[in-house]
Every structure is written in C-alpha cells, then in structure tokens.
Design a protein around this ligand. Structure first.
Ligand SMILES: Nc1ncnc2c1ncn2[C@@H]1O[C@H](COP(=O)(O)OP(=O)(O)OP(=O)(O)O)[C@@H](O)[C@H]1O
Length: 247
C-alpha cells in the first residue's frame, strides 16, 4: 500500500516500558498524520508521551505496535541499516541540547549530513539556509564560540540543508531566551511558508506552539485534542481545561 497525501502518518502506535507487573504505557494507540508543508506542534503534560511519539514516528525508536509511514516508505518495516539511511537522508532533527560536534566549525556542522552520506553539498541550498538563518559571519566559529541562539540556528541549518521530507524538533527553544526562541521559531515558520518544509515540534510553551498551524494535545499516551490556527491564549486555555477536567 502507498500513501502520498501526508508527509508522515502513523496508525495504532503503542509503546510500553518496563516489565509486565510495572508496565508504563508511553503510547496507548495513536493515529496521527502530519501534512506536507504544515507546521505541527505536539503538546501535553510531562510524561504524556510526546517525545516517545516523536521518536517512534522519526525512526529513532521502535514502537511495540502500529505502523509509521514517511512519504511512501513504511518506516516500521525497515531493517536497521535502511532506517539509518532514512534518518540521514530524509529526516532532519533539532534537539533542545543543539547536539553540534564541538570540534567542527559552524559550516562543517551544517554540511555534516552531506559528509555522512558521502555526497557533495548542494551549495545553493547551503547558501540560502545560511543567509536565512543569519549565520554568514559565524561560519568559521566552533560551537563553544557561539551563543545558544546561534548554536541552535546552526543545528536548524544542519537539519534543513538536505531539504528533508520532515524536520522533527524536540523542545528546540527549551534552552533559549525569548528573543532567540522567537528568532528560531520565526525561521521554522518561514521554512514552512517559503520552502514548503514540513515541521513537527514538541514544546511545552504555548507561545512557541502559536507559531504552528496546528497543535495536537497528548495525554496518557493518547491524542486527546487539537487546535488549528493557534494563539498562545487559546493553547493555554485548552491546557488549563485538561487540568480542570482531568480529560
Ligand atoms: N526509556 C524509558 N524507560 C522507562 N520509561 C520510559 C522511558 N522513556 C519514557 N518513559 C516513560 O514513558 C512515558 C512517556 O514519556 P515521554 O518522555 O514520551 O513523555 P513526554 O511527554 O515527552 O514528557 P516530558 O514532557 O517530561 O519530556 C513516561 O511515563 C516516561 O516515564
């Protein structure tokens, strides 16, 4: 079976941790679709399964049950070597902790995905991303010589230079001040609007979720709600309503 409408799709995703007598349900049967050229935020209380969901759909972790598709590829059917190739070639990642290689310059970090794949960098795309992220005068600095916001912009550039089918961002602004957060989120927003990038982001911040097109809410390993065209105020209200009702 093939499917082409969604950038990423998952059905019946379930994942548990621990032994049977002390089983933790991280995902309890999630059906989800991330549409192309859309910016989706995933929110929910601590422990609700956000990171597990992202890791399972991105091919960083394996679910116990369910099926994941990235484009026409069934990720859940791939062997480890094919999964490594898919993560390298078709998916971009941005993590809270930046995860840059300390001995490489900013430019070397940005072009690392091409080195890993044994491919020549696509200079036009690299150049456009460097300009868009305002990194031109920092290219020969090492991560330790960059601010947190600059390091995260380098990580974002690295995630985008291969023009991946989807960028997964796990709390990308968790370590940034509000000005640097807004800059980074504004860039992710423009990558969706101007380049047709698909972005999926886990966040705790209503103000960050407001940059997305759609916010999905997880609770106890299940998707329980959705807000489209979010504002920080509406997202906050919705979060409070879960707390009030225990929904
Ligand atoms: N490696 C693991 N071993 C055991 N339990 C785990 C493991 N990873 C996650 N869990 C449990 O699975 C559940 C979901 O965790 P997950 O990290 O996906 O939640 P989250 O919503 O991302 O939380 P947070 O917002 O605190 O990062 C939690 O109860 C967590 O304790």
């Amino acid at each position: 079976m093939t499917q082409t409408t969604a950038a990423v799709r998952a059905t019946g995703l379930a994942k548990h941790y621990g032994p049977a007598e002390a089983r933790v349900v991280a995902l309890a049967g999630v059906d989800v679709e991330f549409r192309r050229a859309e910016f989706t935020a995933i929110m929910g209380p601590s422990g609700s399964g956000k990171s597990t969901l992202m890791h399972c759909v991105a091919g960083l972790d394996r679910a116990d049950e369910g099926t994941v598709w990235i484009g026409d590829t069934e990720v859940t059917g791939l062997r480890d070597d094919a999964l490594t190739g898919l993560r390298r070639d078709r998916v971009g990642f941005v993590f809270q902790a930046f995860n840059l290689l300390p001995t490489l310059t900013a430019l070397e970090n940005i072009t690392l995905p091409f080195d890993l794949a044994g491919r020549r960098p696509d200079h036009a795309t690299v150049d456009n991303v460097i300009t868009a992220l305002d990194l031109r005068n920092r290219l020969h600095h090492r991560p330790s010589q960059l601010s947190g916001g600059q390091q995260q912009r380098v990580a974002c550039a690295r995630a985008l230079v291969t023009r991946p089918e989807v960028v997964f961002a796990d709390e990308p602004t968790g370590a940034l001040d509000s000005a640097a957060s807004d800059e980074l989120l504004g860039f992710l927003r423009r990558s969706v609007d101007d380049l047709g990038q698909t972005v999926v982001m886990v966040t705790h911040e209503p103000s960050a979720a407001a940059f997305a097109d759609r916010v999905l809410f997880l609770k106890d390993g299940l998707l329980v709600d959705e807000v489209t065209a979010p504002t920080a105020g509406r997202v906050l209200e919705r979060m409070k309503s879960f707390e009030r009702t225990g929904a």
